[in-house]
Design a protein around this ligand. Structure first.
Ligand code: ADP
Ligand code: MG
Length: 315
């Protein structure tokens, strides 16, 4: 087994009456890209701030690199890189000066620091913007600067809190590829997001969080294996009689049939020939339709089955 980088035991954080983090446990091994997935307000940022000792918490303890974390542990902090959800850079410093400032908090050697700053700039592809002030950067470029500031000192553990929110698709891909590259270079990554696609794309293990609690943990395959839904069949069809819906429901592996937004949505549990059965049923009954296709469950389906709510927030 590879070594544990972070361990959270029974963490509880309250804001007055609200329990933002509720007896939360999490363990991360060296070399992982660990995804913390949950809707807005589920407690991801609060958990991160507790990990970093930026917030006091009510109960529990946090170990990083095998040692108990506390606000005074600068020796631990210098081994961590944090990319916060809110961009935190200095308006009065240029791109270069910002990265140099944050790197300088941990790297004293001048030559090494210069090299690290240049490497961070290269890494986020901000070479053409070194002398720009943050105000002049687009949202995507500003996010990249925020990342460069967090990782320039080459931390062993990098915590990124929703780094792609409000970022254009090109910068988003650039950021995701960058995270994979940092991981290949040896960094352990904690990645929080409410975008299931991103988490699926890059994370080795995923913890699903809801209302401050850990509700499921595993690889994306393991998570999908936990639920009843194994396949959803969509049929583009304007109208269908209630009788046909009932008949389809009587099939062995079909457990839910609904007609919504001009689509028949058929949820299946197990079985290999569901789509063939549906196609045959429709043609036997002379029901015409446009497209028919089948999809494997997404992490949204996992979230829906476990919590009864949608993970998507309509973006
Ligand atoms: P996430 O990062 O998953 O969106 P947060 O950790 O920011 O969630 O928030 C978790 C819950 O705690 C939310 O209900 C939020 O409104 C609440 N919360 C966050 N920060 C504060 C605060 N400073 N004071 C009071 N409530 C807060
Ligand atoms: Mg957050």
């Amino acid at each position: 087994m590879s070594e544990t980088v972070l361990k959270i035991n029974n963490l509880v954080k309250r804001y007055k009456e609200l329990i933002a983090v509720d007896n939360f446990n999490m363990e991360i091994k060296k070399g992982e890209i660990f995804g913390l997935l949950g809707p807005n307000g589920s407690g991801k940022t609060t958990t991160i701030n507790c990990i970093l000792s930026l917030l006091r918490y009510d109960k529990g303890d946090i170990e990083i690199f095998g040692e108990k974390m506390s606000p005074k542990r600068n020796d631990i902090k210098r081994r961590i890189g944090i990319v916060s959800q809110k961009v935190a850079v200095f308006e009065e410093l240029t791109v270069y000066e910002n990265i140099d400032y944050f790197c300088g908090l941990y790297i004293n050697d001048k030559a090494k620091r210069k090299q690290y700053v240049e490497e961070a700039i290269e890494f986020v592809s901000l070479g053409d913007f070194k002398k720009f002030y943050p105000k002049k950067l687009s949202g995507g470029l500003l996010r990249r600067l925020n990342i460069a500031c967090g990782i320039a000192h080459k931390p062993e553990l990098i915590i990124m809190d929703e780094p792609t929110v409000a970022v254009d698709p090109q910068s988003r891909n650039n950021i995701l590829e960058g995270i994979e590259k940092l991981n290949e270079q040896g960094a352990t990554i904690i990645y929080t997001s409410h975008y299931m696609e991103e988490v699926e794309q890059i994370c080795s293990r995923i913890l699903i969080m809801d209302s401050g609690k850990a509700v499921a943990l595993g690889t994306k395959e393991e998570l999908k294996g936990k639920i009843k839904n194994t396949e959803v069949i969509y049929v583009d069809i304007k109208k269908i009689d209630e009788e046909h819906i009932k008949n389809l429901l009587s099939y062995n592996h079909i457990y839910s049939v609904a007609h919504e937004n001009n689509q028949l949505v058929i949820k299946c549990s197990g079985g290999k020939h569901n789509i063939t059965n549906v196609v045959e049923y429709l043609s036997d009954h002379d029901i015409s339709y446009d497209r028919i296709y089948s999809q494997l469950p997404t992490l949204n389906d996992v979230f829906l089955e476990i919590t009864g709510k949608e993970l998507r927030d309509g973006e």
